[in-house]
Design a binder for this molecule. Structure first.
Ligand code: DAH
Length: 350
């Protein structure tokens, strides 16, 4: 028995020396400890032995089993570590490589403009109201002093749905709605930002664009109130040094009507490519609400006066962010949108 154990030990030492892989360790486990393994075989003839002998053989074979198990576990661990080290060496990780960028969303330039406009007017006591994009001819034109057949309709290439309905060409339609809705005929102070549609499509015109409309109706409202309001508005949106000028103009729904220019925020009024060397940029249409419009809205023009204004949101966004083509605002191209991150927001003209 001792002889056998000695030779198993020797064989094991040689085997372990020649073992270089986990697969070989697994084979050795079978060779020594398996059902027909060398260690297991030591006890194969137990039945034929006396009790004393059995005790002795049992003890010795247990010892050798423990020895073999431990030796194999040691070599197994060693090989495992070696394999791991080899793998680590092969798969070197370059921790200096930049990680994948996690994409963060940002507010659309259009929404930023709307939010800023809303903030300003809400702080002045205005309501923000909404109106439908599919509108009646009556609200979009007739109640704004543009009857059927009026030449002013030609200026706005309208998408008609049928003879009664159309896609609104101007948020001014919400003026008509707000006046009718106000049953008690109390003062109105509202703005309405929203989408409008016209049959237009080039680098500075889109068939869909944004406008914001403003309407104030009260007693003793004057052109001076309009001018003061728009001056403050322009300074808030385009910078403290912005100057405002009114030019006489025509809109069917206001009398008198004005076009409002702001001093060029790029050159400060000296003249540059943005303002076409004039020093001024046109941003708004406005005026005193026409008596006919007041009357159709249920307000007595002898008692009430008001002013209204309308401006394109896209132009503001294009100026503020130097966007060369209006269509970028609508195509949802991620490469365009990504440029408006939070840092950018901090640098906005406020
Ligand atoms: N609705 C006009 C347009 O789309 C803009 C405008 C001009 C609105 C004068 C007004 C206004 O309320 O008083 O061109």
């Amino acid at each position: 028995m001792n002889e056998k154990i000695k030779s198993i030990k020797e064989e094991l030492t040689t085997d372990i020396k020649n073992t270089h892989s986990m697969k070989e360790v697994a084979d050795l486990k079978v060779k020594y400890l398996g059902k027909k393994g060398l260690v297991t075989e030591l006890t194969s003839n137990m039945k034929e032995l006396s009790i004393e002998e059995r005790k002795e053989v049992g003890k010795l074979s247990n010892e050798i089993r423990t020895h073999v198990t431990e030796e194999l576990a040691t070599i197994e661990k060693k090989l495992e570590l070696e394999e791991l080290n080899q793998k680590l060496e092969k798969d070197t990780i370059d921790i200096s490589l930049p990680s994948d960028k996690i994409k963060r969303g940002s507010r659309h330039p259009f929404n930023r403009i709307i939010e800023d406009i809303e903030d300003f007017f809400v702080s002045m006591g205005y309501d923000v109201v909404d109106g439908p994009e599919i509108e009646t001819d009556e609200n979009c034109f007739q109640r704004l002093n543009v009857p059927l057949g009026h030449p002013a309709r030609d200026a706005q290439d309208t998408f008609y749905i049928d003879s009664e309905y159309l896609l609104r060409t101007q948020t001014s339609s919400v003026q008509a709605r707000t006046m009718q809705k106000n049953q008690e005929k109390t003062p109105i102070r509202m703005i309405c930002p929203g989408k409008v549609y016209r049959r237009d499509d080039d680098a500075t015109h889109s068939h869909q664009f944004g406008q914001v409309e403003g309407l104030v109706i009260d007693k003793n409202v004057s052109l001076a109130d309009l001018k003061g309001t728009l001056e403050l508005f322009a300074k808030k949106m385009l910078g403290e040094n912005t100057k405002v000028r009114f030019r006489p103009s025509f809109f069917p729904f206001t009398e008198p009507s004005v076009e409002v220019d702001v001093s060029c925020f790029k050159c400060g009024g000296k003249g540059c490519s943005l303002c076409k060397q004039t020093g001024w940029i046109e941003v708004l249409g406005a005026g005193m609400v026409h008596p006919n419009v007041l009357r159709m809205g249920g307000y007595d023009p002898e008692v009430w006066t008001g002013f209204a204004f309308g401006t394109g949101l896209d132009r503001f966004a294009m100026f503020r962010y130097a966007i060369p083509d209006i269509r970028y605002l609508y195509t949802n191209d991620i490469r365009f949108l990504e440029q408006f991150d939070r840092k950018d927001e901090e640098n906005e003209i406020k």
